[in-house]
Design a protein around this ligand. Sequence first.
Ligand code: ZN
Length: 190
Amino acid sequence: MGRDSLNQTGARPPIVCLVCGGRKLHYDFSIGPHRVEECATCGLMRLNPQPTDEELASIYSSAYFVFSGNSDGQLHAAGLKASTADYYLNLLEAYVGCPLSGRLLEVGCGQGDFLAQAAARGLSVTGVEYSSHAAQIAADKVRARGRVICGDIKQVIALGEQFDFVGSLVTRLVHRHVLSASFAADCQSG
Ligand SMILES: [Zn+2]
């Protein structure tokens, strides 16, 4: 899941941009041993090479999320997240000019605070989250008002479904768009 497989010579194949399919990637900077490259076409930044599944599992452990070990802190954080979600949902509503409706996908939904707020406004929500621990918490918050997929964006694309809104609070990326095979082009023109 999420890894670029090795070819017969043991070298990784050329990396293409996950969003737009572009092959022109420029080195931006490094964080320790990790190189960050940027797509010349759409601006998506990513680590190259990508972390292994083992590294991701270790990063997104149950301790990854803010205040994860502190119940008072969790309450405080939940309030902040709800306010942030409302802020973005208000922006989205102002953009479309009418009460929100339709299907929303959040990439990297974490513990589901944004999804829950979006569902409360009547959107049919889908979240995708790499951390299984966080995905379970998100699913408990959303319950029958939506669903949470534990995995990455490739699994959502493979479903071939369409969404009216695609967003990620991680990247502050909000597009009113359709997610399908043309996800990349949509994001570019978004
Ligand atoms: Zn790109």
